[in-house]
Design a protein around this ligand. Structure first.
Ligand code: SAM
Length: 344
């Protein structure tokens, strides 16, 4: 399992970086736009400062959600013929995130009007499963494509040496309920904690707008997440061809879970500190430019998001990841279409 300290997307601006391979996640952020705008307009009566993006990663997506929020705020105050409020924009991710690139993206967002700083910016490294911000300070919290990452993979699977994806199809089906149940319990624990922590940090009437890659099917007997299902199939091919070690594959537990809409509702209602204003479910590809959905683009976006965690576990190198991309392309092309679902 990757420790939370080592988890990050591919850094920098190179060909394999997250910055250059995250268009699918960017499309999801665009879909959040009306919800962020509505949260701002609803909440502006009490708005003073404090706008935070959880798990920003790096590249164009890092500041996209706060830019949407800032534009909506400015538009609203322009309509009211009032000066915009002072805003503090804070971006969070784990400490191994490429914050150097993020900080460069934040500079254009800083604004000083005469003596008055109207927009100040900062980064807050740390896990969203810990306290990150002062009590009662946040008016809007946004997060995209990230809260499906668990604090850790379920320990009972590792202790009992139950692989998350058994290469033997029969054994895999027999154990699916055990594996999916362990992941679902870990998600419930983590998401409950996240809600409790943010409830302490949100200002009264503060809002959260989050988007989580989940699954449509309610039943537990399903793959634990779309991303894991696809990645496990690719790594299983590589293990059976001897490119990665089979024993290592059996002990690889990706800390990712795709919850269903019902699970999310239940956890939010049971935790009790927040209420749901609106919940939308949509396909991963809706509204997406189909040129982002070729096997090659999807394989490269998987690499950008998962190379560090795969390398850390398998002790592999760039060459193994090149093979991962080749295997992924072949596997995705074999699914019967030149266009496939994105993975995040
Ligand atoms: C797929 S990226 C999404 C990045 C960006 N929000 C977007 O939509 O493009 C997932 C991000 O979640 C971050 N992440 C995962 N677990 C986290 C945690 N416990 N605390 C903070 N960030 C976390 C990862 O480091 C990564 O940058």
């Amino acid at each position: 399992m990757a420790s939370k300290q080592m988890l990050h997307m591919n850094q920098g601006q190179e060909e394999t970086s997250y910055a250059r391979n995250s268009s699918a996640q960017g499309a999801e952020q665009n879909r959040m736009k009306p919800l962020i705008e509505a949260a701002i307009v609803d909440h502006l009566v009490t708005w003073k400062d404090g706008d935070c993006g959880l798990s920003c990663s790096s590249g164009p997506n890092a500041v996209a959600l706060v830019s949407i929020a800032l534009e909506a705020t400015h538009r609203h105050f322009l309509q009211l013929r009032q000066p915009p409020p002072e805003v503090c924009i804070l971006l969070n991710d784990l400490s191994y995130n490429d914050f150097n690139t993020v900080v460069k993206n934040l500079v254009p967002l800083r604004q000083i009007n005469g003596e008055r700083p109207t927009q100040v910016t900062g980064v807050v490294p740390g896990s969203f499963y810990e306290r990150l911000f002062p009590s009662g300070s946040l008016h809007l919290v946004c997060s995209s494509n990230s809260l499906n990452w668990l604090s850790k993979a379920p320990e009972d699977l590792r202790i009992n040496q139950i692989p998350a994806y058994d290469i033997d199809e029969h054994v895999r089906h027999e154990r699916l309920a055990v594996v999916a149940g362990a992941y679902a319990r870990q998600f419930r624990k983590d998401f409950t904690l996240l809600l409790q922590l943010r409830a302490k940090e949100l200002a009264p009437e503060g809002r959260m707008v989050v988007s989580i890659p989940g699954r449509r099917c309610d039943q537990l007997i399903n793959e634990i997440s779309h991303i894991w299902g696809t990645v496990a199939q690719i790594l299983a091919i590589m293990a059976s061809e001897g490119v990665v070690d089979k024993a290592k594959f059996d002990s690889f537990y990706m800390p990712i879970y795709g919850p269903s809409q019902r699970e999310l509702r239940e956890i939010i209602q049971e935790e009790g500190s927040s209420s749901i204003t609106e919940m939308r479910v949509h396909d991963l590809t809706s509204g997406m430019d189909s040129t982002f959905l070729t096997p090659n683009r999807v394989a490269n976006s998987m690499r950008a998001a998962l190379e560090p965690i795969i390398n850390q576990h398998f002790g592999s190198s760039g060459e193994v990841m090149d093979e991962f991309v080749r295997t992924a392309e072949k596997h995705l092309s074999g699914q019967g279409s030149s266009h496939v679902n994105p993975v995040r």
